[in-house]
Design a protein. Structure first.
Length: 369
């Protein structure tokens, strides 16, 4: 599962307006008629009706949903006149693979996923795979043996805290621009973990990575995740199962499963990257091979107004965080969202703790300009 709704607060009360508590801003929303049966999603300029404040999770299990194109908040910061990230971290490993952004954008919007074939230089892939094996041994990682994480699947979490090589992953320019298409340029790292599906593993229950959030669907994109193939992904060894177009649906029935839903296997070669919308129904595939382990890296992101899955700020030692680039520290959540959320005396945590360049705060903006 992915991140949970946290940083933005919405006030919902009968016959009252819903406002952002700090600034009083509700993005392009007429709240004069908002009632307790309506939800105002402040962070994404979206209004969704039908979620009663008393039972959001019950509502989220309903399947009836009107067809509607997923929304991207990538231009919201520009529309407010606030600066966006301008960092361009040169990759140590150059892949040289042309990235047809328009085609991938279309697939993400229409199908809820896209695969960037041969996106990552194989030298980086091999180095990452070696480090996964090293960490599994040193940290004595074993299968969790539960319904979600599996009985023959080994996971290592919080990878940024363990090795410098993982700093290459969140900012990779074959992937991050596609994530930003869905979440906007102020998205955050939600989690970074390796997933090794071993022989004999059964198929994971279908789920949506954003379904833990008590929000009526469809809603503005809050999660967008990626899977880096450190080995070939095949239908036999547990390639991720997808339900194309399901990012426009309500949540799957996680508790009882969705046995009648047809899925496809996201087969891809080593070095490719699968990217999917957080509302897309998916799950790890069954590994029916005798001796083949499918190894991938789940590089997950969330919108800047969403709480991250992993507490990266506390989970990463300060001396390790100090080695990150300003861009990576901002992705870890040490920046300020939309010039407002997460500031320390009108400064970003990265500026206070690490001397990063100052960010322009919302209070310093001239609304007439």
């Amino acid at each position: 599962m992915a991140a949970v709704w946290a940083s933005m607060t919405v006030v919902i009360a009968p016959d009252s307006a819903a406002v952002h508590p700090a600034s009083g801003i509700v993005d392009d929303v007429d709240v004069s008629a908002v009632t307790s049966s309506e939800t105002v999603v402040v962070g994404g300029s979206d209004v969704s009706t039908g979620w009663t404040a008393s039972s959001p999770l019950e509502h989220a299990t309903s399947k009836a949903v009107p067809a509607r194109q997923p929304r991207s908040c990538r231009n919201e910061r520009e529309n407010m006149g606030l600066p966006t990230r301008t960092y361009s971290a040169p990759p140590i490993y150059a892949n040289g693979v042309p990235n047809d952004l328009a085609a991938h954008h279309e697939e993400l919007d229409r199908d809820g996923y896209t695969i960037v074939r041969d996106a990552i230089d194989l030298k980086l892939i091999d180095d990452l795979l070696d480090d996964v094996h090293r960490l599994q041994d040193e940290l004595e990682r074993r299968p969790a043996r539960n319904k979600f994480e599996g009985n023959h699947t080994t996971r290592t979490y919080n990878l940024l805290a363990h090795s410098e090589i993982w700093q290459q992953v969140p900012v990779h320019q074959s992937v991050l621009p596609l994530i930003e298409h869905v979440l906007g340029k102020e998205c955050l790292i939600s989690s970074l973990a390796s997933i090794a599906i071993g022989p004999g593993e059964s198929a994971q229950v279908l789920h949506a990575d954003d379904q833990v959030q008590p929000l009526a669907k469809p809603h503005v994109a809050t999660v967008c995740n990626s899977m880096w193939a450190l080995t070939d992904f095949t239908e036999e060894n547990g390639a991720t199962r997808l339900v194309p177009g399901s990012h426009l649906w309500q949540n799957p029935n996680y508790r009882n499963g969705e046995p009648e839903v047809e899925t496809i296997a996201a087969e891809m070669s080593k070095g490719s990257v699968l990217i999917w919308h957080g509302s897309l129904w998916h799950g790890g595939g069954a590994n029916t091979t005798a001796d083949e382990t499918r190894v991938g890296v789940a590089m997950n992101y969330c919108a800047g107004f969403i709480r991250q899955q992993e507490n990266i700020q506390l989970g990463t030692p300060p001396e390790v965080m100090a080695t990150f680039t300003p861009q990576l520290r901002e992705l870890c959540g040490l920046g300020v969202y939309r010039g407002l959320t997460g500031n320390i005396d009108k400064r970003s945590p990265a500026e206070v703790l690490y001397g990063d360049p100052p960010s322009r705060q919302i209070w310093d903006q001239d609304p007439t300009m």
